[in-house]
Design a protein around this ligand. Structure first.
Ligand SMILES: Cc1cc2nc3c(=O)[nH]c(=O)nc-3n(C[C@H](O)[C@H](O)[C@H](O)COP(=O)(O)O)c2cc1C
Length: 143
């Protein structure tokens, strides 16, 4: 069986990247990711992106491409590595618009976890840990 990989990064949204631009981006994500067997989720605020991608090793080639995309800058890789199973098997690219200061979590989240996540969303460097994935899972219910 093909080994699955994941990666999580944050980036600063370019001023020129409009909400219409994000809609077009999501269409590209969904059609490309369906073909390449990639799943994941994308959060965006007025100023930042946070994306979790999972799938075969080709996610690394995709990440190279994503890093040069002019719709964002300051791409900051937080977590990456092999995984046993997908966290978002049914999302070609789940998407949510969030307030980077106050995400509405759907599960119980400690103040420490919420602070970590908000700092991440605002582009602060962060230690890799399992909090972002757990919180992302709670924002995107299993479908
Ligand atoms: C924040 C962000 C997330 C992206 N995520 C994906 C993605 O999950 N899949 C994808 O194919 N392209 C993604 N892209 C777009 C790529 O940078 C690139 O434009 C696209 O893959 C090119 O597709 P094409 O070769 O079909 O034109 C993303 C771009 C940005 C700015």
């Amino acid at each position: 069986m093909t080994q699955l990989h994941h990666l999580l990064y944050t980036s600063r949204r370019s001023e020129s990247c409009t909400d219409e631009g994000i809609k077009a981006l999501l269409n590209t994500c969904r059609s490309n990711n369906r073909k390449t067997g990639i799943s994941g989720v994308l959060l965006h605020s007025d100023y930042f992106f946070l994306q979790y991608i999972e799938g075969p090793e080709c996610i690394h080639q995709l990440f190279e491409k994503i890093q040069t995309d002019s719709r964002h800058q300051e791409v900051n890789l937080i977590n990456f590595g092999p995984i046993e199973s997908r966290a978002f098997p049914n999302w070609q690219m789940g998407y949510k618009s969030v307030n980077q200061y106050k995400v509405q979590f759907l599960s119980n989240v400690t103040e420490e976890e919420a602070n970590y996540f908000h700092r991440l969303l605002r582009g602060y460097p962060a230690e890799a840990n399992s909090t972002p994935l757990r919180l992302l899972k709670s924002l995107f219910p299993r479908i």
